[in-house]
Design a protein around this ligand. Structure first.
Ligand code: ATP
Ligand code: MG
Ligand code: MG
Length: 377
C-alpha cells in the first residue's frame, strides 16, 4: 500500500520507518515546493503531486499547518484521513475553541481578540496574567506572547500592531495554574473503533515539550475516564480517522483541554519502544483501513527530546532500555533534533535510567532530566 503524507519532517520519517515492515510505502510532500520526497533520504522524486495523489491508497498529514489549497486538493480524492475539517480545526485555535465550546469540553478561560484595542477588555475579563496565541501557524511555543502584569500591556500592544489581527486573530487565555500537563494519544479507525495509549505526563520548558513519562505517574481512573471521554467526543464530532492527540492541564482532579493535534504527537514517541504497537504504525493502520494494533504499554517509558544540540557521542546506548531516534537535521537553536526513549519495569528503574542518561548530557539542554530522575526514584 502507498500512503502520501503532507510534510516531510521527522514525523513523516517515523511513519515511513514504521510502515516498512508492513510493506506500506510512505511518500512525503514537501509543502513548500509541492515536491514528493523520501522522508528518510530526503531524495526528491520526479513523480508529480497529482500523480502521487492518484496512486495513494490513503493521504494524511504530519502537521496541521498545511496550506489550505493543498488540503482541498487532497480532500477531493476522497482519501484524506483525518478529514479536512479535523485538520483545519487543529490548525486554527479559534475553530478549535469553538468546537470545545460546542461540545461543552472544559478548557482555559479565554477571549478571541481581533483588534489590538480589544486587549484591554480581555484583561478586564481574564486578569493580567495572560498568554496570547496567534490563531494559526503556532507550534513549540512560537506565535505566543505572555503578559505578566498590566503595566506591560502598552508595550505588548505595540509589538502586536504589526500583526494583521484581522487575518490572524488572537486567542487570549488566562495563564492557568495547574498540577501538571498530561496528554492522551489515541486513534480511531475507518470503522469507528477507538483505542488509547495510557495518559502521558509532559514536562515543558519555554513552551516546548522536553520530557514525557508514560503511563503518567499517579494516574487514577477518574483522570483516565475524563481524558478518554473528551477524546471520544472530539473524535466522533470530527468523524476522525487516524491518531489524534489531546493535550490537557490537570487542575486539581479536573482536566482542561489545552489544545488538540490532529496527527501523531511528540508525547506519543515513547510508544516506539514502550507499547505493543507504536503510534506511527497505528496511524498508518487507521488511515489504510487495517485493523488497529494493540496499544498496551510494555512497562514504564520516557521520551527525552534532544533540542538544539548535536554534540554528543553514543555511549549512553549502554544504558539498559535506552534507544536513540535521530532525525538527521541540521542543528539550530530550539530545533528538535531527535529523542531518546527510555524504559524500565517500574518508575524507579526508569528514574535510574534517566539519572544515567543525564550523566552523558549537558543539563543546560536537558533541564528536566535530573529533577525528573530524582522524582521517579
Ligand atoms: P505544541 O508544540 O504543543 O503544538 P504550541 O505552540 O501549540 O505547542 P501550546 O500547547 O498552546 O503551544 O502551549 C505550549 C505550552 O505553553 C503548554 O504546553 C503549556 O506548558 C504552556 N501554556 C500554554 N497555554 C497556557 C495557559 N493558558 N496557561 C498556562 N500555561 C500555558
Ligand atoms: Mg500546538
Ligand atoms: Mg501544545
Amino acid at each position: 500500500m502507498k500512503v502520501l503524507i503532507y510534510g516531510a519532517g521527522q514525523l513523516a520519517r517515523m511513519m515511513y520507518l514504521a510502515g516498512s515492515p508492513l510493506g506500506i510505502e510512505v511518500h512525503a510532500v514537501d509543502v513548500g515546493s509541492e515536491k514528493i520526497v523520501n522522508p528518510v533520504t530526503k531524495q526528491i522524486s520526479d513523480i508529480s503531486l497529482s500523480h502521487a495523489i492518484d496512486h495513494a491508497d490513503a493521504i494524511s498529514v504530519e502537521f496541521e499547518h498545511v496550506p489550505e489549497h493543498l488540503l482541498e486538493q487532497a480532500a477531493l480524492s476522497g482519501k484524506l484521513y483525518p478529514g479536512i475539517e479535523a485538520i483545519l480545526t487543529g490548525a486554527d485555535r479559534v475553530r478549535e475553541k469553538r468546537l470545545l465550546e460546542r461540545l461543552a469540553i472544559p478548557n482555559c478561560a479565554h477571549q478571541i481578540v481581533d483588534e489590538v484595542s480589544q486587549l484591554e477588555g480581555a484583561v478586564e475579563l481574564l486578569g493580567d496574567k495572560l498568554i496570547l496565541k496567534a490563531s494559526r501557524d503556532g507550534y513549540d511555543g512560537y506565535g505566543q506572547w505572555r503578559l505578566n502584569e498590566r503595566s506591560n500591556l502598552p508595550a505588548l500592544a505595540q509589538s502586536l500592531t504589526d500583526l494583521d489581527l484581522k487575518k490572524v486573530p488572537l486567542v487570549v487565555e488566562k495563564m492557568q495554574s495547574f498540577e501538571r500537563e498530561v496528554s492522551l494519544v489515541g486513534m480511531r479507525s475507518r470503522s469507528g473503533e477507538i483505542r488509547f495509549y495510557p495518559l502521558a505526563e509532559n514536562l515543558h520548558h519555554q513552551g516546548q515539550l522536553h520530557v514525557s513519562v508514560a503511563p503518567a505517574p499517579q494516574l487514577n481512573e477518574s483522570l483516565t475516564d475524563q481524558a478518554e471521554s473528551i477524546f471520544r467526543k472530539l473524535a466522533e464530532a470530527l468523524d476522525y480517522v487516524g491518531v489524534l492527540a489531546v493535550e490537557f492541564f490537570q487542575v486539581g482532579d479536573q482536566l482542561l483541554v489545552n489544545e488538540i493535534a490532529p496527527r501523531v504527537h511528540n508525547s506519543g514517541h515513547w510508544t516506539q519502544q514502550g507499547a505493543d504497537t507504536c503510534q506511527f504504525e497505528n496511524h498508518l493502520r487507521a488511515v489504510c483501513g487495517l485493523p488497529l494494533g494493540d496499544t498496551r504499554p510494555r512497562g514504564i517509558a520516557a521520551m527525552v527530546n534532544i533540542i538544539g544540540f548535536d554534540a554528543f557521542g553514543l555511549d549512553m546506548l549502554a544504558i539498559p532500555g535506552c534507544h536513540l531516534h535521530w532525525y538527521g537535521k541540521v542543528v539550530r537553536p530550539k530545533r528538535k533534533m531527535g529523542h531518546f526513549n527510555l524504559s524500565g519495569t517500574g518508575y524507579s528503574e526508569l528514574g535510574e535510567a534517566m539519572r544515567q542518561l543525564g550523566g552523558y548530557l549537558p543539563a543546560a539542554f536537558f533541564p528536566h532530566l535530573e529533577s525528573e530522575a530524582l522524582r521517579l526514584k
